[in-house]
Design a protein around this ligand. Structure first.
Ligand code: UDX
Ligand code: ADP
Length: 477
């Protein structure tokens, strides 16, 4: 048996809510899908006629919005009305790491989840299936349930509301979100009520093979999401730790990763070394795992996962130190070009981007930064560096030492070094011979994303340093 679902609402129009609901609307034309957010500016951007002004950049998203918006997909700030008319409500709000109080620095702040649950409790009518989609710590469903049940009790006499809570974690990766949503490796649904689970299964069944839909209890579902992200992050930290050893021993990380990854038991994905993982999930999810392990007295497990984060931070600082060493131990008054600021290619998201820490380190050492990213706006870069500076209690001002370059030539002009931090495809087409003429000598290119083919530089007067490439003579200089 399953509950008939005609209208769904998603609270939170961000990187998860927006693309997920766009795909559901496209695949289920009989459903009415409303995405709500308290942020009016964001909703206005989702409703903008000019599709290049959508609040997030994600390949394939514009096309979906064009097909569905105004037909069965709506973006609105009307939280109350939208919840009231929905049979199923997804919670897709942000869950940042707590900055103060109990669990500060580790536990997720559930204030947005809590306020969403309170809104649902207040405005829902009849039976409502509540689906947690946000990345959340284990046991969040319990918080949601408690809030919903207490409202049921409160209002028992006045109206007949009832709720069931499901966990349906999102496994999409930014940059490939639409593809991941259309062809998921699996869909995980945790819950107790069979009819509610089936209602959600019926939605996914419109385009996902039923074999790929896993039904579990709610806690397994929540913990699976944290564990999957922790495992992926662990692979990145593992290969990054080996990148340092490659540089010392003359091995090349791309060759090592290929040889290791061809073992079918290991697999080739997530073995690309780089400046460290970023994004809104990996760090937060591991911190949640560490927090919950400590809570249950599993200190060894907590320490084990914490090391994955330590290596990530160490990799970013290690890179800064290498750059400074090549620049005669100081960046003061030197111009450094930064190619890429988003945490990975094909997204405008900068949350936890390694660029934030690396750029701050260089600014602390006195560098002037000229930054270029195809999709990230200057204000976003500026705010990120400012917030990071404030959170780390760095006292001096460096706002006038950051600027946005509008072309590769502008970025390179007079620069002592160029640092590639994001693997944007367009960086592969840069004509380095042109760039070389514009830079101050000696000039350095630091390739942290394996973008550059060293064969193109045999005759070049640029010094190239490639992360994890011990065979490159410049790495050993
Ligand atoms: C991740 C999970 O992949 C996704 O399933 C979950 O829903 C959300 O968190 P996301 O953070 O969007 O997705 O991107 P992902 O592709 O996982 O990359 C995370 C970080 O790891 C990026 O900074 C990326 O550059 C880095 N990375 C990834 C590497 O450095 N090397 C790799 O081989 C893979
Ligand atoms: P994610 O990557 O998890 O999607 P985002 O920060 O991109 O996170 O998006 C989360 C969205 O949720 C934000 O746009 C925020 O304004 C919205 N939000 C947070 N709390 C509420 C709430 N109580 N009601 C409606 N929207 C909310």
């Amino acid at each position: 048996m399953s509950v008939a679902v005609k209208t769904i609402c998603c609270i939170g129009a961000g990187y998860v809510g927006g693309p997920t609901m766009a795909v559901i609307a496209d695949k289920c034309r009989d459903l009415k899908v409303i995405v709500v957010d308290l942020n009016k500016e964001k909703i206005d951007s989702w409703n903008n006629e000019d599709l290049s002004k959508l609040p997030i950049y994600e390949p394939g998203l514009k096309e979906l919005i064009k097909r569905c918006r105004g037909k069965n997909l709506f973006f609105s700030t009307k939280v109350k009305q939208s919840i009231a008319q929905s049979d199923m409500v997804f919670i897709s709000v942000n869950t940042p790491t707590k900055q103060s109080g109990l669990g500060a620095g580790e536990a997720s702040d559930l204030k947005y989840i809590e306020s969403s649950a309170r809104s649902i409790a207040e405005y829902a009518i009849g039976h409502t299936i509540v689906v947690e989609k946000s990345t959340i710590p284990v046991k969040t469903a319990e918080v949601i349930k408690t809030i919903l049940i207490s409202s049921q009790n409160d209002l028992k006499k006045k109206s007949s509301k009832s709720f069931s809570v499901l966990s349906n974690p999102e496994f999409l990766a930014e940059g490939t979100a639409i593809d991941d949503l259309i062809n998921p490796s699996r869909v995980l649904i945790g819950g107790e009520s069979t009819s509610s689970i089936n209602a959600l299964v019926n939605i996914y069944k419109n385009w996902v093979d039923e074999e790929k839909i896993i039904k579990t209890n709610i806690w397994s579902s929540e913990l699976s999401k944290l564990t999957a992200n922790a495992f992926l992050a662990q692979r990145v930290s593992s290969i990054n730790s080996i990148s340092a050893l490659c540089e010392k021993t003359g091995a090349d990380i791309s060759e090592v990763a290929k040889a290791v990854g061809m073992d079918y038991r290991i697999g080739k994905n997530f073995l690309k070394s780089g400046p460290g993982f970023g994004g809104s999930c990996f760090k937060k999810d591991i911190l949640n795992l560490v927090y919950i392990c400590k809570l249950y007295g599993l200190n060894e497990v907590a320490n084990y996962w914490n090391e994955v984060l330590e290596i990530n931070h160490w990799q970013q600082n290690r890179l800064t130190n290498i750059i400074l060493k090549k620049l005669f131990n100081t960046a003061t008054n030197k111009k450094i070009g930064i190619l890429g600021f988003s945490f990975k290619a094909n997204t405008n998201d900068t949350r936890e981007s390694p660029a934030i820490n690396i750029c701050t380190n260089l600014l602390i050492d006195g560098a002037n930064l000229s930054i270029y990213d195809p999709k990230v706006k200057f204000q976003e870069i500026y705010n990120n560096l400012k917030d990071f500076k404030n959170s780390e209690d760095i006292s001096f001002n460096y706002e006038d030492r950051i600027c946005m370059a509008s072309s590769y030539e502008e970025l390179a002009n007079g620069a002592d070094a160029i640092l590639i931090l994001t693997e944007w495809n367009e960086f592969k087409k840069i004509q380095w011979s042109k760039i070389s003429k514009l830079m101050r000598k000696p000039s350095w290119i630091f390739d942290c994303r394996d973008i550059i083919d060293l064969n193109d530089f045999v005759e070049s007067d640029l010094n190239i340093w490639k992360l994890g490439f011990g065979s490159n003579v410049d790495n050993l200089k």
